[in-house]
Write a protein that binds this ligand. Sequence first.
Ligand SMILES: *Cc1c(COP(=O)(O)O)cnc(C)c1O
Length: 360
Amino acid sequence: MTERIVNFGPGPAAIPLPVLEKVKDELLSYRGSGMSVLEISHRSKWFDEIIQTAVARLKRLMGLGDDFQVLFIQGGASMQFAMVPLNLCGGKRPAYINTGTWSTKAIAEAEIQGTRPLVVASSEDRNFAYIPRDYQVPAEAAYLHLTSNNTIKGTQFKTFPQAPVPLVADMSSDILSRPFDPAPFGFIYAGAQKNLGPAGVVVAVIRKDMLSRTPDNLPTMLRYTTYAAKNSLYNTPPCFTIYIIGLVLEWLEEEMGGLEKVEAQNQAKAKLLYQALDDSGGFYRPTADKDSRSLMNVTFRLADEDLEAGFVAQALENGLGGLKGHKSVGGCRASIYNALSLEEVKALVEFMTEFARRKG
Ligand SMILES: *Cc1c(COP(=O)(O)O)cnc(C)c1O
């Protein structure tokens, strides 16, 4: 058996081992087809079943009723920064909450289009170390856009804002990490490569009434209505990526037992890791405010920043990979998405404690 490391990388990120093993088993001939999923037609009965089963599982896991539709769109979450204002403004100004790099990029795309986005709240004053509270959202806004989990800054919305307009959320790095009420959301999108599977597709959820906002003059491939009308099969979708997402959804439902259980495990993992940082006597310094800490991306510095490169390198020698912080902020980051187990986080905590004992 090939040696694997524990992958704390931010994305593309760890995929559950049982999923990878199933992919390997089915790689050369998918369920009696005599072909790999890499080779089958997106119009075949096999792929039809793959995509329909994935949609049904996602709807069950997220508790989505028939007023919501699931779409698969290429171009990454970054493409959604542009498609959201293109499709959903309906001639009104959109509102945004700015909680870091990804929100900032989303706002910039709305600006490019001349939609004059209103930034109703921002945590830029303290380098995005917290989730803003106490702000007003005008009832005339088209929607309120937020980034539910800030992958780079390590903060996360614990509850979602109440607003007089539909919420739109970039959930790229915490989708399916916990249950929540979808009712206030008009549109949700997530690049698959953090918590859902491999790169190559965005999983989006649209409330059907939002589809009437798409203006007539948009190019076909930029219209949500195109994906909705053809169940994401207007053109060739990334079949293999969607197949693996389907297997991850199966794993979440049947092996993990649904989102309540997933959330409990995510809480336990994050608690263990933050506790280790807090109890390190200042050797490790968590960067996010306590009440805003992400359960998915745990960001921290070492008090002696010169030790950080050695920390990351020695962790890797111990089979713990992907701990370097984003290049824009430096420091360290442990991404502990759904695929990471409590035992794997315990192994990291043990390494960190030992490293601090040796160097502290
Ligand atoms: C990674 C990430 C993105 C960018 O995703 P791409 O698919 O690479 O465009 C956007 N938003 C968030 C919250 C992310 O974590």
